[in-house]
Design a protein around this ligand. Sequence first.
Ligand code: GDP
Ligand code: MG
Length: 268
Amino acid sequence: MAVAPHNSEAEHVVAAPTGPLIVPAVVAGDAQPVLSLVIPTLNESENITDFLAAVRSNLDQALPGRYEVVVVDDDSADRTWEIAARLCPTFPELRVVRRQNEGGLAVAVIRGWQVARGQILGTINADFQHPPDVLGRLLERRGSADLVVATRHGDGGGLGDWGLARRVSSWGAAQIGRWLLPQVYSRVSDPLSGCYLVRRQAIAGVQLAPLGYKSLMELLVRGNVGEIHECGYEMRKRVRGQSKVHALHPLQYIRHVLRLRAAAGQRK
Ligand SMILES: Nc1nc2c(ncn2[C@@H]2O[C@H](COP(=O)(O)OP(=O)(O)O)[C@@H](O)[C@H]2O)c(=O)[nH]1
Ligand SMILES: [Mg+2]
């Protein structure tokens, strides 16, 4: 009789949820961490081990024993998911989702929250552009808010040493957003941020439908987000690996903003 090979990485990898993009209000089971932090990844083999170590040391200080980290990897060719899964036996708070039938950064984040068990849901990039120590500051700033956003535009925030092209495209994206979604920009200084914490109840049960990179705008339009706090951070330059932004992303962003504008009109 053939014996299946023992594959310890595979044991720790969870399949991505499918179906509607709805975060459940109620979490089954006994394991109920306070915070579930989702880290979306695509070909981050050069960053993932060090980044998870940095997240771990920050969260071990801020919320010892009361958090989980969920890596949502899009079946990366460089096997980021496998590298992350190898850390699971020594990092019990870590879970790894391998997503094989779907793409898109914003959707990846929501898929992670669908398997998350915490009452506070969060996300941060894996490339160190958001400094991992922002996590402790976000938790401190949260207070009674539904949402706390790491922002480049205020309170010690900044773009670091971003190149001119990136500054211009980021400025352009913000101008389009300000024009088409003024109600979002009046509430948050940086709705394009990819690092924030949101209370599960503020988005539970809501059908989400983001396109492309930006998940926060989606929550601000479709969710039931009340009080919002912000926390400034200086965005760093990516040192290892490559940005996955490509030529089609600006178009996808505009389509997403237009879709949200229509959704916001219907909610009025
Ligand atoms: N799961 C998933 N993660 C992604 C995808 N695109 C980018 N990422 C991750 O999202 C984060 C931000 O992506 P990045 O390419 O650095 O965007 P940039 O900072 O705007 O250049 C990183 O952790 C990436 O690995 C995607 O399509 N799926
Ligand atoms: Mg990046």
